[in-house]
Design a protein around this ligand. Structure first.
Ligand code: 2AM
Ligand code: CA
Ligand code: CA
Ligand code: CA
Length: 251
């Protein structure tokens, strides 16, 4: 899997340095020719390597979640990719019966390969990684993301504003890097103490969830219940998970 992501990373790195066709899927939702190219490349390579699994990719999702699925996000952080900001990656997560088995997140710009296999720990460029030991929110650097529906005063928008109001004064700071997969990888390697976001899709989190768990952290929904795709996601080093949930507010 790591070799496949490394090869896909070469396509991403080339696109990052060159002019590219950019399409709008929505008002602020971008897709480039490289999202499509990388998804195609991953589909071909992964379907040979994992013949029993159905590949579910952001740019070709049909609406059904198979029992044995490989969730791929060919470029997570497309807006960063387009604006030449280095927080952009390829994310691949292998799941069976609602449980993650294997996951990799590769940022080819920084050449950082995050990898985890169930029961075998989490790695960054072949070194073992673990979540940090931050105990108090006031010492915690957190990450979050904003949903696409940010102009409406709908539930998602309200969630963003309210959680920011509840958390920001009580933390070291909150980052918004623009790639949910990288945010989760950074919780796994201890750069962030926690991460939360509303309205993410399976391919955004499929690899990152396993990384955080294998690195000793915790992933739940906003109520502290086991995370299911579609829930608000809350990931942390585990130690400050309850404090984070409490301060966020129970939605
Ligand atoms: P994507 O790049 O694969 O679409 C972070 O909030 C998440 O939202 C990212 O994982 C990213 O996934 C997606 N995203 C990208 N551009 C966005 C935008 N302009 N507004 C909101 N979310 C965006
Ligand atoms: Ca997208
Ligand atoms: Ca994504
Ligand atoms: Ca994407």
């Amino acid at each position: 899997m790591k070799e496949i992501l490394q090869e896909a990373g070469e396509i991403l790195r080339y696109g990052y340095e060159h002019n590219k066709k950019i399409y709008k899927k929505g008002r602020v939702d971008l897709v480039t020719e490289y999202d499509l190219k990388i998804e195609q490349f991953l589909k071909e390579r992964l379907s040979k390597q994992y013949p029993d699994f159905v590949i579910v990719g952001e740019e070709s999702f049909g609406g059904v979640l198979p029992k044995k699925a490989i969730f791929i996000d060919p470029i997570d952080g497309t807006t960063n990719f387009v604006h030449h900001i280095a927080y952009t990656c390829i994310s691949v997560g292998v799941w069976e019966d609602g449980e993650p088995l294997e996951g990799a997140i590769y940022n080819p710009i920084l050449d950082e390969m995050f990898y985890a296999k169930r029961g075998e720990g989490a790695y960054l460029n072949d070194e073992v990684i673990s979540c940090n030991n931050t105990e108090n929110l006031i010492d915690a650097l957190l990450a979050t993301g904003f949903p696409y529906t940010k102009t409406e005063k709908g539930a998602d928008f309200y969630f963003v504003i309210e959680t920011m109001k509840n958390l920001l004064p009580y933390t070291r700071d909150i980052r918004r890097l623009g790639s949910a997969a990288i945010d989760l990888a950074y919780v796994a390697c201890g750069r962030f103490a926690g991460f939360y976001e509303v309205n993410l899709k399976p391919w955004d989190v499929a690899a990152g969830i396993l990384l955080v768990k294998e690195a000793g952290g915790k992933v739940t929904n906003h109520l502290g219940k086991p995370y299911k795709f579609g829930d608000i996601i809350v990931a942390s080093n585990g130690i400050l998970h309850e404090a984070l949930l409490t301060k966020m507010g129970r939605w």
